[in-house]
Design a protein around this ligand. Structure first.
Ligand SMILES: Nc1nc2c(ncn2[C@@H]2O[C@H](COP(=O)(O)OP(=O)(O)OP(=O)(O)O)[C@@H](O)[C@H]2O)c(=O)[nH]1
Length: 366
């Protein structure tokens, strides 16, 4: 059972959300499938006992309409599990009740009713939720079999249910195991695509995707957003003096230092060799420059052990704040880049705020 659990609680929550999304996509398809079954079962009823067919048809239609509530996307605020449980309970319930009204109906329908358990195990593989959906119809079947069938046949029915349940649960667990493996693999690929493997910063593609979204949001709601572009000073010299491996460690230390100085809602991405960008939603010029200065001071304090002696390095930063002159993320980044080159030109190890003047000045008028 432990192997079925995901290593992190947030991964478990994301996995559950993914399964729920899958079920939500499947539900509109299950509606018409139930409709086809309704017609087939009505024909079956007519074949077994034409006298009862109008009664059973009314029950089946009523249960189908009740079950259709589960497919009403967005109307009812039910979770996917409750929708599945409701759909299964109404459809299996209709089969069981109608079968009980037909001569030998329960016995004839038994393989279909137990078979439905296996279908459910494919749709809802999480054991507790599977049990939640499967239990009420199984209990209904046992009760009606107890009322309708002679004792030996009732015991056969209960025995068949007792066999089917662990088997269907096994199918659900195997299904769950396979889905979790696929999910973990998908997460690993996503992580590799979204992160720089050396420094752990976001990859260029992913930081661009996030930043474009945040810039569009800030523009739409008139909210502040700032960007700081960082570049290690004389990094070529660092590599030449201390070696490439020490240079790599400097990149990692830089990202770690930035993370300690950024807010939880800020993020850092690597956009080139030794160039990084920090995106700071809800930060005006004063906040962003103060944060950039904190990063610069933190980096200047770093001292990494290396064979050629203690490695110290500095960074130059260009800060740009979103304003109406910026059409989007590309313009904002260009402004931060220009400010960063200005910081390099004017002596390095400093922060330069890009012009034009920001629209969202901080309290100190930046
Ligand atoms: N160790 C290491 N070095 C890298 C990596 N990516 C790029 N570099 C090096 O970063 C250096 C960038 O050098 P330049 O673009 O000349 O800039 P600089 O020496 O930092 O000079 P300024 O930016 O003008 O201060 C090059 O020597 C690259 O080889 C990496 O992943 N690891």
């Amino acid at each position: 059972m432990r192997r079925l659990l995901l290593p992190l609680p947030e991964m478990q929550a994301e996995f559950d959300a993914q399964v729920d999304r899958g079920i939500a996509h499947l539900l509109p398809v299950l509606g018409p499938v139930c409709g086809v079954f309704l017609v087939l079962f009505a024909a079956w009823d007519a074949w077994l006992d034409p006298a009862q067919v109008f009664l059973t048809l009314r029950i089946r239609v009523a249960m189908a309409l009740l079950g259709a509530l589960a497919c009403a996307q967005g109307r009812l605020r039910w979770g996917a599990s409750w929708r599945v449980a409701w759909l299964y309970a109404t459809q299996a319930g209709a089969i069981i009740v109608c079968s009980a009204l037909l001569p030998q109906g329960l016995l004839l329908a038994l393989p279909g009713i137990t078979g439905a358990l296996f279908l459910l195990a494919l749709v809802e593989p999480r054991p507790r939720r599977f049990a939640l959906a499967a239990l009420p119809p199984s209990l209904l079947l046992a009760v009606l079999a107890g009322l309708e069938l002679p004792l030996p046949l009732f015991l056969d029915t209960v025995l068949l249910l007792a066999f089917s349940w662990p088997l269907a649960l096994g199918v659900a667990l195997a299904n769950l195991h396979l889905r979790r493996r696929a999910f973990v693999a998908e997460q690993a690929v996503l992580h590799a695509v979204r992160h720089d493997s050396l420094s752990g910063a976001l990859s260029r593609g992913y930081v661009t995707e996030l930043a474009m979204h945040d810039v569009a949001l800030a523009q739409r709601h008139g909210r502040p957003l700032a960007v700081a572009m960082l570049d290690i000073d004389h990094f070529k010299r660092v590599n030449d003096t201390y070696g490439h491996a020490a240079g790599d460690r400097a990149l990692c230390a830089l990202v770690a230092a930035c993370r300690t100085r950024l807010r939880a809602s800020d993020y850092i991405g690597r956009i080139g060799g030794e160039e990084f960008v920090c995106v700071m939603p809800e930060a005006g010029a004063a906040d962003a420059v103060a944060c950039a200065e904190r990063i610069r001071n933190e980096v200047a304090k770093l001292c990494l052990p290396a064979e050629a002696g203690p490695l110290r390095f500095t960074v130059s930063l260009g800060v740009a704040v979103l304003c109406p002159e910026h059409a989007g993320w590309a313009d904002l980044l260009r402004a931060a880049d220009a400010a960063m080159y200005e910081a390099k030109r004017s002596g390095r190890n400093r922060t330069v705020l890009a012009h034009p003047a920001p629209v969202h000045p901080g309290p100190d008028g930046y």
